[in-house]
Design a protein around this ligand. Sequence first.
Ligand SMILES: [Zn+2]
Length: 502
Amino acid sequence: MTPDAAKLGDNTAVNDADLVVHDAVVVTVDENNRIYQNGTVVVEDGVLTDVRTTRDGDRTCDADRVIDGEGTLVMPGLVNAHTHLELTPLIGAFSDLDLMEMTSGMTAIFGHIAEGEYDYLTDAGYDLAALNFLTGGVTTVNSMDVRPSGGAETFGEAGLRGFFGTALSDLFWDIPTDEQFARAREFIDEYHDTYDGRIRATINPHDDWSCTRELWERTAALAAEHPDLLVHTHLLELEASNTMARSNGAEDSLDLLDDVGLLDDRLVAAHFRLADDEDIQRTAEADASVAHCPSIFCYWNTDGDVQWTPVPELRAAGVDVGLGIDDHYWHDSYSMFGEARQARLAANLKRSTGQYSSMELVRMLTIEGAEALGIGDEIGSLEPGKRADVILLDVDKPKFTPLTNIPAQVTNNAAPADVETVIVDGNVLMEDGDVKTMDADAVRDRVETAVDRFEAETDWDLGLGESDPPSTLDVTRDVPKRGPAQLLGRLAFQSVRDRFSF
Ligand SMILES: [Zn+2]
């Protein structure tokens, strides 16, 4: 359309559209971080065709669906760049335990999931996760799980976007490695690039502290068979990370990944807390990405003097850094807005004020999360040509009055309950708080039934006032033995070698 035609009110484009939102505050998160005070977003065939200041004709256009955006803030759907979803029904179960109770309880549970014993709980977990992340404005997740097929189907059917993969580790549990890779292959074959491309498979070596070099080499072989898949892992999270890398015959974790051929632009590394200058440089050169998960580490950190994730340095070096809520049921949160706030609080506490501008955090919640997952050219900002993943927040309330410094309001003040409409690929999944693609009551019933059964089977008492896990003795009897025993043995041996340099 020529500027003259626009002035004359040529409505052809909006009249032919599937969806038009007008008179909203539009936070585009484009290259210039442009915000329209009175903006219009036009969608056709699942794609954004126009994002601009509202014109008179927008209000009376003949688009299939016209949403009056007055009192709303429109922004790209949020990206949860690293998470685990299948134990979502256990929200509240872990948050008051001590670290030892939590990790031993989790290890035991994961052992059972891998054996397929808690399918009723994990399937209900994917339902609950999809429902709560959808209603909270999260349109894309990147989830590493034990049995991801339920997640792929639930998120696919709910109309959401998701990356899912099967966790692989040979020192964390006792499942034979051949069986783990067979499951991972099966999942990729069945689910990669399904649901109109919204669901994609990933390859998930669990981490750099519970995998042997052999497992990394097998992972690299699988990755070579599937060159279009991301490789999603936990990296440089714990002090044990580099210790295990040395035990695996490398200088450090990145060296090990480089050795086996996995340090490249397909790598999405969660945490990266212990990265030093050389790690940052190598990551930037490899064009690998990082998912920063501040809440989980702040919650379970055992040592106040730990190094904190060098996110500003990573971003300055050109590394794409998204935000992840990680095991959200360990810290009882569905809020990706909260994750942005926590990123700032943790960084400022450790390093003093001003570690991020609010807009940088908005970018990490959206476009940089998308870039980290390799789909920054498809989603993450509101620009013509991108897929229409759009959320509307109700900002017509006292908590958002006055509506100044919108990036700060989004990162410090917004909450999942402020999201009223969610659109993915141009499809309206929730409108005015009403979820269209899931039966919220059925999900709740299913979750309640699953948790009742889990309590009966495990003696875990999830009461109104507390969470009372089975005794440590019972849990210890239940945890996998062979894998973890090797894991601890290898780490202890390597620590002695490091100390005495042999
Ligand atoms: Zn994780």
